[in-house]
Design a protein around this ligand. Structure first.
Ligand SMILES: [Zn+2]
Length: 68
């Protein structure tokens, strides 16, 4: 799970969601995230913030991690 921009580690969960880059600003910009309204910052317990698409099911679970 290496960032496609800097080669740094990418959270496997983010990778599975299709985000093949890390959270560094330069990498986010390089991958066109910055300034896009279709993405939302999501606070993930113990992992810090991640960026997900606004239609991601993660957002629809609200604050929970999806455990039901
Ligand atoms: Zn990176």
């Amino acid at each position: 799970m290496d960032c496609i921009t800097c080669g740094g580690p990418v959270n496997p969960q983010r990778w599975e969601l299709g985000y093949h880059y890390c959270m560094q600003r330069n990498c986010l910009i390089a991958n066109g995230i910055s300034g896009r309204e279709n993405y939302r910052l999501l606070l993930v317990p113990k992992q810090g913030f991640t960026i997900v698409h606004k239609d991601s099911p993660d957002l629809k679970h609200g604050k929970s991690s999806g455990r039901s």
